[in-house]
Design a protein around this ligand. Structure first.
Ligand code: FES
Length: 148
């Protein structure tokens, strides 16, 4: 059902945990399945020097978070903003149809962190506020409880 790459990123996820010196953080959730992703980035001079994630969710959510962080690490914010769920899926050699939304969540989580950067720096990356707020609002309370 899952590709070897998905299993690898699920069993050995890259870039896991809270990034202590993060200067951009994004958090999204899917109201249907209840999964939550939080992305931490340290961005210096427009380059994502470091990135990590914390995901409360299914195996595919872990694998897509892991791959998404790998795909944006070392990239410029302008390149990272172009990350799509399709690119994440391709890098993982595909996902079953029922798990495509997990890759969408990973794309949204990366965008949410970049949106935070956009808000803090005033650098316009063309990201709108609406993209993730709709889905994650109800999960904020739980996530904050866990992190604080
Ligand atoms: Fe919803 Fe995986 S089942 S993110």
């Amino acid at each position: 059902m899952y590709s070897e790459k998905v299993m690898d990123h699920f069993e050995n996820p890259r870039n896991v945990g809270k990034l202590e010196n993060a200067n951009a953080i994004g958090e999204v959730g899917n109201a249907t399945c209840g999964d939550i992703m939080k992305i931490y980035m340290r961005i210096e001079n427009g380059i994502i020097e470091d990135v990590s994630f914390k995901t409360f969710g299914c195996g595919a959510a872990i694998a897509t978070s892991s791959m998404a962080t790998e795909l944006v690490k070392g990239k410029s914010v302008e390149e990272a903003v172009k990350l799509t769920n399709k690119a994440v899926m391709e890098a993982l050699d595909g996902l079953p149809p029922a798990k495509v939304h997990c890759s969408v969540l990973a794309e949204q989580a990366i965008h949410a962190a970049l949106q935070d950067y956009q808000k803090k720096t005033g650098i316009d990356l063309g990201l709108s506020e609406l993209e993730h707020e709709f889905d994650c609002a109800s999960f904020h309370a739980d996530m904050h409880k866990e992190n604080n």
